[in-house]
Ligand binder design. Structure first.
Ligand SMILES: *Cc1c(COP(=O)(O)O)cnc(C)c1O
Length: 387
């Protein structure tokens, strides 16, 4: 049997028979209809209503963050997180080349410049040791901050991304950011329900973000959140994302250029019903990952990606890693699986290959470039796993 055949047969052995197995389908098995209908029945569908407050407080309880601010999507949350971290036009923002475009887009929306760095294979996320050596060689501390010696631009933030829900190695990364006094901003869009050494992802830096897009672990239809333990920053985030209007019964006075980023009550209602099911979703996703892990143990040439040591991962998107950088093999697997309704896809095209980011500064990206050729994402929705 060829390797592609063996992979297809292992997948088919784990997944329920019949029907299309999507990559990550939303699942509405709770009070979604009840809560959304209540919004419509009472007229509270938009920028005011009890579900936004409830959603934020549920997020705080679940993650342990002192403050969660719900916004319209994860990209808006990232944009705001960069503003809160002090990113200014012309600054550089350090981020992995292996990420979803939103991470780089949010920097570009501020007229800042993404600066791409490499990942480690163990976590699929930013490599703290490689970044440390790179900063030693490239960066310089001066009055007014840390600067890239080659471009002369200020380095404004370090933005790790927890790929497919697997936490990056946060302790050495936070220590590195501390040494350089660089703000750490976590793109934890994919990692709701993922913990690093007992602490929820998104809580290791100044600010972190979550996404509730339709394909994430929990969905609001669309949505995002800003997480912070800094109460003042939380208040500022709320203020700026709600048009910077100074609260008053009838006066419209705004004290800054604000953003209309507040999550509508309708979306928050859906999100509350989804969050009630999060523990069950996580249990099912873990069971599915365990079944994949077992099935692929006996398939040489491919590894099922598991959570890094000392971490609990939400297994948002399950991934296979081919041993070899064989694009023919990868594409054969993608063709064969999609043809039988088992939806699979390769990793995102690396950011420095996208036309708008190809001239951005970057380090050697050898590991990311290898991973790009070897990753295959496989069906991961909670419905596919046993309770
Ligand atoms: C989903 C995601 C986002 C946010 O996406 P939205 O669709 O705007 O909610 C940001 N970064 C990463 C890595 C993501 O996967």
């Amino acid at each position: 049997m060829s390797l592609a055949d063996a992979i297809l047969s292992a997948l088919a052995g784990v997944l329920p028979a019949g029907g299309v197995k999507a990559l990550h389908e939303p699942w509405f098995a709770g009070k979604e209809w009840e809560y959304v209908k209540e919004c419509i029945d009472t007229g509270w569908v938009s920028t005011a209503g009890k579900y936004v407050d409830r959603f934020e407080s549920m997020l705080q309880d679940f993650t342990g963050a002192r403050r969660a601010v719900a916004v319209v999507n994860g990209t808006a949350a990232l944009h705001m997180a960069f503003v809160l971290a002090g990113v200014k036009p012309g600054d550089e923002v350090i981020m992995p080349a292996l990420t979803f475009a939103a991470t780089a887009n949010a920097a570009a929306h501020l007229n800042a410049v993404p600066h791409f760095v490499d990942c480690e294979e163990r976590t699929l996320g930013l490599d703290p040791a490689k970044l440390s050596a790179y900063l030693d060689q490239m960066a310089e501390k001066r009055d007014g901050g840390v600067f890239n010696r080659l471009t002369g631009r200020r380095l404004a933030a370090v933005v790790p991304m927890h790929t497919f829900g697997h936490p990056v190695d946060l302790d050495p990364l936070a220590a590195l950011c501390g040494r350089w006094t660089l703000p750490l901003v976590e793109d934890s869009a994919e990692s709701l329900g993922s913990w690093y050494k007992g602490r929820h992802t998104g809580r290791f830096g100044k600010v972190g973000i979550l996404s509730f897009n339709g394909n994430k672990t929990v969905t609001c239809g669309g949505g995002g959140a800003i997480l912070t333990d800094d109460q003042d920053l939380g208040v500022l985030a709320k203020h700026l994302t709600t048009t910077a209007k100074v609260p008053h019964k009838w006066e419209y006075f705004h004290d800054a250029v604000g953003y209309n980023y507040r999550m509508p009550n309708l979306n928050a209602a859906l999100g509350c019903a989804q969050l009630e099911q999060l523990p069950d979703f996580l249990k099912r996703k873990r069971a599915l990952a365990e079944a994949y892990r077992t099935a692929f143990q006996t398939v040489p040439g491919v590894t099922f990606v598991t959570e890094p040591e000392a971490c609990v991962s939400n297994y948002w998107l399950n991934a296979l890693l081919l041993d070899s950088e064989d694009l023919n093999l990868r594409n054969e697997v993608l063709e064969m699986t999609n043809a039988v309704g088992i939806m699979t896809r390769p990793a995102w095209t690396l950011m420095h290959r996208l036309p708008m980011y190809q001239s951005c500064p970057r380090m050697d990206l050898a590991v990311s470039e290898s991973l790009e050729k070897r990753i295959i994402n496989i069906p991961s929705g909670p419905r596919l796993g046993r309770a």
